[in-house]
Every structure is written in structure tokens, then in C-alpha cells.
Design a protein around this ligand. Sequence first.
Ligand code: ADP
Ligand code: MG
Length: 302
Amino acid sequence: MNSPVIEVKSLWKTYGSTEAVKGIDLRVGSGEVFALLGPNGAGKSTTVEILEGHRTRDSGEVSVLGHDPARAEQRLRERIGIVLQRSGVEPYLTVEESVEMFRNYYPSPSPLDEVLEVTGLTELRRTRVRNLSGGQQRRLDVAIGLAGNPDLLFLDEPTTGFDPAARRNAWDMIRNLKALGKTVFLTTHYLDEAEQLSDRVAIIVRGEIARAGTTSEMTALGGTHISFRLARGGESLPPPFAGTLQPDGRYQLRSSAVTDDLHGLTTWARHMNCELIDLRVARRSLEDIYLELVGRESGAEA
Ligand code: ADP
Ligand code: MG
């Protein structure tokens, strides 16, 4: 990794008896989109707010753009974009007036047109804030976070509660931010969002990092699933497939020797004159791995 923009070592945070973050380590490289993925209550917002300098930590080392955010230095504040849940924009201002107002606070703001373009607000520049949809207002919040031309942007659950079209717009926006060279630290409980957008992912569960790596590393670790159905009994299936019948009626093997296993399977099927119905060979998705880590009951869809 190139020189890290964010480096966290052994970060701890408790609220009374709640241990929200339990000794996590993180590294985020320059220009990366990094996703902190985890279910509700896992400790995502606590982590983000500590990185932003909005929350104190109990212990651990934290470096953001070479600064300790706990010191709340102006020099750091000018280089990070913080997107508040509700930025308290005046509803009677237009989109461009709102962004202008925030641009005026900074010594070297982002060009107005660029901010509007990246956030997909160019067409809406003369629309009053009160007339924006929910998704558009959240994009305006991001536009305001970009006003100061930050190197690093924090997005805490940027698409929670969005309809599918608004989510796609938000994803386009995040891709635009990456194309501009910004480092983006986002939190999400949506797997597809992490898989689609991020270069690297850390899965946080109950305050601990359960797994971290590039998105492709994470899915590669999980191996490949070979699955199929049979019209009749599979009692004589060759060894790796014997006993792999799942409750949904499919045989499923997690294979680390895909060519050999498939060869054995198809040879058997021809010999038995038996159709392999809906045969699938697929790398395990981030979702499979996530559900394994989080546990299906704990409401990963929450
Ligand atoms: P996430 O953003 O992943 O949903 P949070 O960081 O908000 O998780 O919360 C982690 C845990 O800390 C949860 O159990 C939550 O209830 C608790 N928590 C968060 N903020 C506070 C607070 N201000 N006071 C007490 N407990 C809190
Ligand atoms: Mg949160």
C-alpha cells in the first residue's frame, strides 16, 4: 500500500459498560475507497467519529493525514470532508447558494462546478433545498462536505434508507470522488455497496475486525462452490460430493480443486446417466463470507 492516509492501532472505545470498539487496527491508503462493513451496532459510527475528531477514544493510536484527530487542529479540519447526517442547510437557499456559503469558509475551496458535477447536482443548481428529494438532499450534504476541497471524505452509511435509483446515483457519486483522487472512508451495512465501490473492506462485528483485505482477496479466501440438483438419489456420488446435500435440495461442495472435482462429478454423471440439474460453479461472494462472520440470526439485513 502507498503511504497510509489513515492508520489506526489498537483503538478502544467504551460507553459505560458497552464496549463499542475493541482494539481495532485499520490502514487506508491514499486514493482508496475503503468500506467499514458491519451490522447495526457493530461500532462503525463510533470509529468514524473518532477518526473525524468528533469523539474521544479510550486508547489506541490514530493518525489521519499525519495528524491525531483528537487534537482538533484546523489544518486537519481543512483537509477532511465531513458529511453530517443533517447539515442544517437553510431550506430557502438554492443548491448552489448552499454550496457557495460553505465554500466561503475555506481558504482554497473546490471549484463550484466540479462539486455540483461530482454530486450529480448540476441540473438542480437553482432548485431550493426544500424542494429536493431525500436522496438529493444527502448528495447536497456530500457537496457541502466537498466544498473545502478535502483530500479525505467520510461517509457514514451514505445510502441507508435510499430507494434503488437514489442508491445508484450515490454510487456514481462515490465513483466520481475516487476518480478525482479523493480518499473515501465509508461505512455501510450493505454488502453489495461494499463489493461494488470499495478497493478494500474491513468487516467489523461486535467491535472487532473479523476480516480485512481487498474485496477480491476476501472472496478468493472463501474458495469456490460447486452446486447442482439431481432428479434422483445421489447415494453413489463420488467422495467429495457424498454427503453434501443441503436443506434446499442442492448438493453443494466448497472446492479447492475445481477442475478435478468437476471432472470426477461429470464422469460419474455420465456413467450413471444422470443429469446435473442447474450445475453452478461460483466463487463465494462477499455475502457468504459476511453471513458466516456475522451469523445469520443477527439480522445481517437490518
Ligand atoms: P454502528 O454505527 O455500527 O451501528 P455504533 O458505533 O453507533 O455502531 O454503536 C456501537 C455500540 O455502541 C452500540 O452498542 C451502541 O448502542 C453503542 N453506542 C453508540 N453510541 C453511544 C453513546 N453515545 N452512548 C452509549 N452507547 C453508545
Ligand atoms: Mg452507525
